[in-house]
Design a binder for this molecule. Structure first.
Ligand SMILES: O=C(CO)[C@@H](O)[C@H](O)COP(=O)(O)O
Ligand SMILES: [Co+2]
Length: 222
Protein backbone atom coordinates (compact mmCIF):
# COMPACT_ATOMS: atom_id res chain seq x y z
CA UNK A 1 0.00 0.00 0.00
CA UNK A 2 1.35 3.42 -0.98
CA UNK A 3 -0.68 6.38 0.28
CA UNK A 4 0.21 9.94 -0.63
CA UNK A 5 -0.32 12.76 1.86
CA UNK A 6 0.25 16.17 0.23
CA UNK A 7 1.62 18.72 2.70
CA UNK A 8 -0.33 21.96 2.45
CA UNK A 9 2.69 23.84 3.76
CA UNK A 10 3.71 24.20 0.11
CA UNK A 11 0.21 25.22 -1.06
CA UNK A 12 -0.94 28.72 -1.98
CA UNK A 13 -2.54 29.88 1.29
CA UNK A 14 -4.60 32.50 -0.53
CA UNK A 15 -6.61 29.65 -2.07
CA UNK A 16 -6.06 26.85 0.40
CA UNK A 17 -9.50 25.22 0.01
CA UNK A 18 -9.10 24.87 -3.77
CA UNK A 19 -5.60 23.52 -3.35
CA UNK A 20 -6.84 20.80 -0.98
CA UNK A 21 -9.71 19.83 -3.29
CA UNK A 22 -7.33 19.65 -6.24
CA UNK A 23 -5.11 17.03 -4.60
CA UNK A 24 -8.14 15.11 -3.28
CA UNK A 25 -9.46 14.87 -6.85
CA UNK A 26 -6.01 13.78 -8.05
CA UNK A 27 -6.01 10.75 -5.71
CA UNK A 28 -4.43 11.89 -2.44
CA UNK A 29 -5.22 9.63 0.52
CA UNK A 30 -4.59 12.08 3.40
CA UNK A 31 -4.00 15.80 3.87
CA UNK A 32 -0.84 16.59 5.86
CA UNK A 33 -0.99 19.72 8.02
CA UNK A 34 2.29 21.06 9.44
CA UNK A 35 1.88 22.93 12.71
CA UNK A 36 4.95 24.92 13.83
CA UNK A 37 5.33 27.12 16.90
CA UNK A 38 8.57 29.07 16.44
CA UNK A 39 10.02 27.29 19.52
CA UNK A 40 10.45 23.60 18.80
CA UNK A 41 11.18 24.57 15.19
CA UNK A 42 12.32 27.93 13.84
CA UNK A 43 9.14 28.68 11.88
CA UNK A 44 5.49 29.52 12.60
CA UNK A 45 2.64 28.15 10.50
CA UNK A 46 -0.97 27.31 11.32
CA UNK A 47 -3.21 26.33 14.22
CA UNK A 48 -6.54 24.59 14.88
CA UNK A 49 -8.57 27.19 12.97
CA UNK A 50 -7.04 26.00 9.71
CA UNK A 51 -7.96 22.39 10.51
CA UNK A 52 -11.48 23.53 11.41
CA UNK A 53 -11.81 25.42 8.11
CA UNK A 54 -10.65 22.45 6.01
CA UNK A 55 -12.68 19.79 7.86
CA UNK A 56 -16.02 20.34 6.06
CA UNK A 57 -14.30 20.77 2.68
CA UNK A 58 -12.66 17.38 2.28
CA UNK A 59 -13.52 13.75 3.02
CA UNK A 60 -9.85 12.86 3.38
CA UNK A 61 -8.32 12.15 6.79
CA UNK A 62 -6.53 15.19 8.22
CA UNK A 63 -3.03 14.24 9.34
CA UNK A 64 -1.87 16.88 11.82
CA UNK A 65 1.90 16.98 12.37
CA UNK A 66 2.61 18.94 15.55
CA UNK A 67 6.08 20.53 15.65
CA UNK A 68 5.40 22.31 18.89
CA UNK A 69 6.34 22.40 22.57
CA UNK A 70 3.61 21.80 25.17
CA UNK A 71 1.62 19.65 22.76
CA UNK A 72 -0.75 18.51 25.55
CA UNK A 73 -2.10 22.04 25.80
CA UNK A 74 -3.31 22.05 22.17
CA UNK A 75 -4.45 18.48 21.55
CA UNK A 76 -8.08 19.06 22.53
CA UNK A 77 -8.33 22.04 20.16
CA UNK A 78 -6.89 20.08 17.22
CA UNK A 79 -9.12 17.08 18.00
CA UNK A 80 -12.25 19.22 18.17
CA UNK A 81 -11.22 21.00 14.97
CA UNK A 82 -11.40 17.64 13.17
CA UNK A 83 -7.95 16.02 13.14
CA UNK A 84 -7.96 12.30 12.29
CA UNK A 85 -4.31 11.70 13.15
CA UNK A 86 -2.25 13.79 15.55
CA UNK A 87 1.47 13.09 15.54
CA UNK A 88 3.83 14.48 18.18
CA UNK A 89 7.62 14.63 18.27
CA UNK A 90 9.32 12.31 20.73
CA UNK A 91 11.95 15.08 21.17
CA UNK A 92 9.27 17.57 22.33
CA UNK A 93 7.22 15.31 24.62
CA UNK A 94 8.83 14.47 27.98
CA UNK A 95 5.70 12.52 29.01
CA UNK A 96 5.16 10.81 25.69
CA UNK A 97 2.92 8.01 26.97
CA UNK A 98 0.59 10.53 28.63
CA UNK A 99 0.42 12.61 25.46
CA UNK A 100 -0.47 9.54 23.38
CA UNK A 101 -3.23 8.60 25.85
CA UNK A 102 -4.57 12.14 25.74
CA UNK A 103 -4.83 12.05 21.93
CA UNK A 104 -6.67 8.71 22.19
CA UNK A 105 -9.22 10.08 24.71
CA UNK A 106 -10.47 12.45 22.01
CA UNK A 107 -11.00 9.59 19.54
CA UNK A 108 -8.05 10.69 17.40
CA UNK A 109 -5.36 8.30 16.12
CA UNK A 110 -2.03 9.04 17.83
CA UNK A 111 1.34 8.91 16.12
CA UNK A 112 4.92 9.66 17.10
CA UNK A 113 7.49 11.54 15.00
CA UNK A 114 11.25 10.96 15.02
CA UNK A 115 13.76 13.56 13.86
CA UNK A 116 16.45 12.26 11.50
CA UNK A 117 18.95 11.61 14.32
CA UNK A 118 16.52 10.07 16.82
CA UNK A 119 16.79 6.28 17.21
CA UNK A 120 13.71 4.05 17.18
CA UNK A 121 14.61 2.70 20.63
CA UNK A 122 12.96 5.89 22.00
CA UNK A 123 9.53 4.60 20.95
CA UNK A 124 9.95 0.88 21.63
CA UNK A 125 7.70 0.99 24.69
CA UNK A 126 4.82 2.88 23.08
CA UNK A 127 4.50 0.89 19.87
CA UNK A 128 1.41 -0.95 21.21
CA UNK A 129 -0.27 2.40 21.87
CA UNK A 130 0.10 4.20 18.54
CA UNK A 131 -1.32 4.06 15.01
CA UNK A 132 1.53 5.74 13.16
CA UNK A 133 5.26 6.40 13.27
CA UNK A 134 6.43 9.37 11.22
CA UNK A 135 10.07 9.46 10.19
CA UNK A 136 11.46 12.91 9.34
CA UNK A 137 13.76 12.73 6.34
CA UNK A 138 14.61 16.43 6.69
CA UNK A 139 15.16 18.53 9.79
CA UNK A 140 11.67 19.82 10.65
CA UNK A 141 10.76 23.46 10.13
CA UNK A 142 10.63 24.05 6.40
CA UNK A 143 9.42 22.51 3.16
CA UNK A 144 11.58 22.13 0.07
CA UNK A 145 14.63 20.59 1.76
CA UNK A 146 16.81 17.72 0.57
CA UNK A 147 15.96 14.12 1.54
CA UNK A 148 18.31 12.63 4.18
CA UNK A 149 19.07 9.08 3.00
CA UNK A 150 20.59 7.89 6.29
CA UNK A 151 17.06 7.67 7.78
CA UNK A 152 16.07 4.78 5.48
CA UNK A 153 17.70 1.96 7.54
CA UNK A 154 15.65 3.11 10.55
CA UNK A 155 12.48 2.66 8.49
CA UNK A 156 13.47 -0.90 7.62
CA UNK A 157 14.34 -1.59 11.28
CA UNK A 158 10.86 -0.49 12.40
CA UNK A 159 9.09 -2.36 9.59
CA UNK A 160 10.82 -5.55 10.76
CA UNK A 161 9.73 -4.96 14.38
CA UNK A 162 6.15 -4.28 13.28
CA UNK A 163 6.11 -7.55 11.38
CA UNK A 164 7.72 -9.54 14.22
CA UNK A 165 5.35 -8.12 16.84
CA UNK A 166 2.35 -8.29 14.50
CA UNK A 167 1.48 -4.63 15.12
CA UNK A 168 -0.82 -2.45 13.07
CA UNK A 169 1.12 0.80 12.58
CA UNK A 170 1.39 3.04 9.52
CA UNK A 171 4.93 4.11 8.63
CA UNK A 172 4.91 7.65 7.30
CA UNK A 173 7.87 9.49 5.77
CA UNK A 174 8.11 13.25 5.62
CA UNK A 175 10.62 15.51 3.88
CA UNK A 176 12.11 15.72 0.41
CA UNK A 177 9.84 13.04 -1.08
CA UNK A 178 9.71 12.95 -4.88
CA UNK A 179 9.60 10.35 -7.67
CA UNK A 180 13.11 9.16 -6.82
CA UNK A 181 13.28 9.36 -3.03
CA UNK A 182 9.95 7.58 -2.56
CA UNK A 183 11.48 4.35 -3.88
CA UNK A 184 13.92 3.47 -1.06
CA UNK A 185 11.24 4.47 1.47
CA UNK A 186 8.62 2.11 0.07
CA UNK A 187 11.25 -0.59 -0.29
CA UNK A 188 12.04 -0.18 3.42
CA UNK A 189 8.37 -0.49 4.40
CA UNK A 190 6.84 3.01 4.32
CA UNK A 191 3.07 3.08 3.79
CA UNK A 192 2.30 6.83 3.79
CA UNK A 193 4.46 9.36 1.96
CA UNK A 194 4.18 13.08 2.60
CA UNK A 195 5.02 15.33 -0.35
CA UNK A 196 4.82 19.10 -0.24
CA UNK A 197 6.92 20.97 -2.77
CA UNK A 198 7.10 18.04 -5.23
CA UNK A 199 3.31 18.30 -5.63
CA UNK A 200 2.39 21.92 -4.97
CA UNK A 201 5.31 23.47 -6.87
CA UNK A 202 4.67 21.30 -9.94
CA UNK A 203 2.94 22.83 -12.98
CA UNK A 204 0.33 20.02 -12.84
CA UNK A 205 -0.27 18.91 -9.23
CA UNK A 206 -2.41 15.91 -10.19
CA UNK A 207 0.20 14.58 -12.61
CA UNK A 208 2.98 15.08 -10.06
CA UNK A 209 1.00 13.24 -7.37
CA UNK A 210 0.26 10.30 -9.67
CA UNK A 211 3.87 10.10 -10.85
CA UNK A 212 5.11 9.94 -7.24
CA UNK A 213 2.54 7.29 -6.32
CA UNK A 214 3.35 5.19 -9.39
CA UNK A 215 7.07 5.38 -8.62
CA UNK A 216 6.28 4.03 -5.13
CA UNK A 217 4.00 1.30 -6.47
CA UNK A 218 6.62 0.25 -9.04
CA UNK A 219 8.86 -0.84 -6.16
CA UNK A 220 6.13 -3.09 -4.72
CA UNK A 221 5.44 -4.64 -8.14
CA UNK A 222 9.03 -5.97 -8.35
O1 LIG B 1 7.01 18.64 8.33
C1 LIG B 1 7.53 19.10 7.34
C2 LIG B 1 8.66 20.04 7.44
O2 LIG B 1 8.97 20.29 8.75
C3 LIG B 1 7.05 18.58 6.03
O3 LIG B 1 5.73 18.10 6.10
C4 LIG B 1 7.28 19.44 4.81
O4 LIG B 1 6.27 20.39 4.63
C5 LIG B 1 7.36 18.58 3.58
O5 LIG B 1 7.66 19.36 2.49
P1 LIG B 1 8.59 18.84 1.28
O6 LIG B 1 9.91 18.43 1.90
O7 LIG B 1 7.88 17.68 0.68
O8 LIG B 1 8.68 20.02 0.39
CO1 LIG C 1 5.21 17.41 8.17
Amino acid sequence: MVKIAPSILAANFAKLGEEVLEVEKAGAELIHIDVMDGHFVPNITMGPIVVEALRPLTKLPLDVHLMIENADQYIEAFAKAGADYITVHVEACPHLHRTIQLIRTFGVKPGVVLNPHTPIETIQHVLEDIDMVLFMTVNPGFGGQKFIHSVVPKVKQLADIIRQRNLSIEIEIDGGINEETIKPCVEAGATILVAGSAIYNAPDKGKALQAIKEAGLSVLAK
